[in-house]
Design a protein around this ligand. Structure first.
Ligand SMILES: [Zn+2]
Length: 275
């Protein structure tokens, strides 16, 4: 077994992570003892003025991606949560038609509680297609809502809908930003894409960005409780998992509550100028 020092552990845990705080003045206090300096944001929180979560199912949008959207609303900006399907086949006991309607209702209620908007596309749960029609449908919503940041699924997932969503979003962001692709709305360049920390998408997920969600934690948790599945009705205790994950990620980033995000490889490239 490799001896683990406190410094080594924190370096491993923090890596070269970026810590994003809503309170810019508190950034200097966010260095953990013994941890090598990470790149702190001095003003990038302004990017969180318009955040769109794009998920395969409403539960993913709110539980794994909802807190950054709540941050946008808290900052006085705009937030939207797009579900590619209603997750209507997710209940072991309730018929899909009824469950889908209740999922839609819960998403609308939860979105209102965090001051955001719930959006839907009509793909069947379990059968979200990876095709140009779906990519352009998402592209059109990106152009319409103009998010500066998009949070979506990491492709390292056991769930085929989550992998499909990740693929669709990456291409939709590309299409949305190309002026030569003429759609109803003009081109819109998304500033950053992030992958969410989701228990179903854990293969190869490596956090590189921590977002302080302390100010929105209670509002976000309350919004999630609009979904019956939040409390474990479908077999997984989402409330316990995501509530304690925010505490755990907060410990690692020295925020009270935090979510961890992962950047696409190309977004991690840094340019360091020398004199
Ligand atoms: Zn899902």
């Amino acid at each position: 077994m490799t001896p683990t020092t406190r410094r080594g552990f924190l370096a491993l845990a923090g890596g070269s992570a970026v810590a994003l705080s809503i309170k810019a003045e508190s950034l200097n206090a966010r260095q953990l003892p013994g941890q090598p300096p990470s790149e702190n944001s001095g003003g990038r929180e302004k990017d969180f003025s318009n955040v769109m979560a794009i998920a395969a199912h409403p539960g993913d949008a709110f539980f794994a991606m909802g807190a950054p959207v709540a941050v946008a609303a808290h900052l006085g900006g705009k937030g939207s949560l797009l579900s590619l399907s209603l997750g209507e086949r997710g209940s072991p006991t309730i018929p899909a038609e009824h469950y889908g309607a209740s999922q839609r209702e819960a998403a609308q209620k939860a979105a209102a509680l965090i001051g955001a908007q719930a959006l839907f596309l009509p793909y069947p749960d379990g059968e979200i297609p990876i095709n140009e029609e779906a990519k352009f449908a998402v592209c059109d919503l990106i152009r319409q809502y103009k998010p500066s940041i998009i949070v979506t699924h990491w492709k390292g997932s056991w769930h085929k809908d989550h992998r499909a969503c990740s693929d669709i979003v990456e291409d939709a962001v590309f299409y949305a930003g190309l002026p030569a692709i003429v759609r109803k709305e003009p081109a819109h360049g998304v500033r950053k894409l992030f992958y969410a920390d989701n228990w179903e998408d854990a293969t190869g997920f490596t956090a590189d960005t921590y977002l302080d969600i302390t100010a929105v934690f209670d509002v976000w948790m309350n919004a999630c409780s609009a979904f019956p599945m939040w409390r474990g009705e479908t077999g997984f205790r989402y409330n316990d998992y995501y509530g304690s994950l925010a505490v755990t990620r907060g410990c690692l980033s020295n925020f009270n509550r935090a979510v961890a995000l992962m950047s696409p490889t190309e977004q991690r490239v840094q340019h360091i100028r020398t004199p």
